[in-house]
Design a protein around this ligand. Structure first.
Ligand SMILES: [Zn+2]
Length: 61
């Protein structure tokens, strides 16, 4: 399995969300086919988690 680290938000890219995802930055649901940042979050335990953030509102940390 190809797992790349993402500590510094590397590996992000812009995509279109499927459905049923919630943005972890603003805790609002992401609309179907809304443009989003896709990123994998490394966790201390367990596999990396894929998260989606709003492209316009949540692209900066
Ligand atoms: Zn958001």
């Amino acid at each position: 399995m190809d797992t790349q680290p993402c500590q510094t938000r590397r590996g992000e890219y812009v995509t279109y969300c499927a459905s049923g995802e919630t943005c972890p930055d603003c805790n609002k649901p992401i609309k179907t086919l809304e443009r989003v940042w896709r990123c994998t979050q490394q966790r201390p335990t367990g596999p990396a988690r894929v998260v989606y953030r709003h492209y316009d509102d949540c692209r900066t940390i």
